[in-house]
Design a protein around this ligand. Structure first.
Ligand SMILES: Nc1ncnc2c1ncn2[C@@H]1O[C@H](COP(=O)(O)OP(=O)(O)OP(=O)(O)O)[C@@H](O)[C@H]1O
Length: 248
């Protein structure tokens, strides 16, 4: 369970999050949507403790998640970064096993490699991929590796930042389905940031539309097309005109 409670975050004079509150129940998968610059990534960075909100609290299973106590909650979170964000100088298995080779979840090297190969298989990659370098893989394979890395520590919470950016529609659909399957089978609580409506419909149970640094609308995916909310309708249909200004 993740709760964002009245989060405010500014960069200098610019207020990005202006009282964002969002509750994601345990085992639910929520997609955060909203136009560029509305603070979606900022919200994710707050959850990860990479930004300190000016005001408000983040609760994980009821416990306040602060930078100071991050050792108690960060190991429970798996993250798939935008563009997969793999380390170029490490092999695929070393990328997947990164948190098993360093820090709190550290395991013996051979055990870490075995676990990495197991996770690679789970995302549809054969063991011979393990010793390749990220540059030798297609974009879709890199996303799979990023996903394998995110699940390597068996997280209870999974965060996905634009998981389909840069992929062709067919590969994107395969990755979306894989994410959905894995989140369901792990029983994880998931938050996905995306602009991609097909992604939302596959990955999420619920949708949260951010606008002006706050939660504007939230509800089940099934209500996406019938909400009657003009902001949501404009976003879902990608219309240039409507209450959300296309420019500025
Ligand atoms: N480190 C920073 N310093 C100053 N401004 C920042 C910083 N990071 C983000 N911003 C600003 O905060 C606003 C929100 O950024 P954020 O990346 O959260 O948007 P977003 O909704 O995720 O957008 P996108 O969909 O384009 O990724 C933007 O206007 C951005 O320019």
């Amino acid at each position: 369970m993740i709760t964002l409670d009245d989060i405010h975050l500014s960069y200098g004079e610019s207020a990005v999050l202006r009282g964002l509150s969002l509750h994601v129940p345990k085992g639910q998968s929520v997609a955060i949507i909203g136009r560029s610059g509305t603070g979606k990534s900022a919200a994710l960075r707050c959850i990860l403790g990479l930004e300190r909100p000016d005001q408000g609290r983040i609760l994980i299973d009821g416990q306040e998640a602060k930078r100071e106590n991050r050792d108690s909650w960060l190991p429970r979170i798996g993250m798939l970064f935008q563009g997969a964000a793999l380390f170029d100088s490490l092999t695929v298995w070393q990328n997947v096993a990164f948190r098993l080779l360093h820090g709190r979840s550290k395991r013996p090297r051979s055990e870490a490699r075995d676990l990495a190969v197991e996770k690679l298989l789970r995302v549809g990659l054969m063991p011979d991929v393990a010793d390749l370098y990220p540059a030798e893989l297609s974009g879709g394979m890199q996303k799979r590796v990023g996903l394998a890395r995110a699940i390597a520590i068996q997280p209870e919470i999974m965060l996905f930042d634009e998981p389909t950016t840069g992929l062709d529609p067919i590969t994107a659909s395969v990755i979306n389905r894989l994410i959905r399957e894995i989140v369901t089978e792990m029983g994880a609580t998931a938050i996905t940031i995306t602009h991609d409506m097909p992604s939302v419909r596959i990955i999420a149970d619920d949708v949260a539309l951010l606008h002006g640094g706050r939660l504007h609308w939230s509800g089940p995916v099934a209500q996406l097309d019938t909400s009657g909310d003009p902001f949501l309708e404009q976003f879902v249909h990608g219309r240039a005109t409507g209450p959300i200004r296309a420019m500025g």
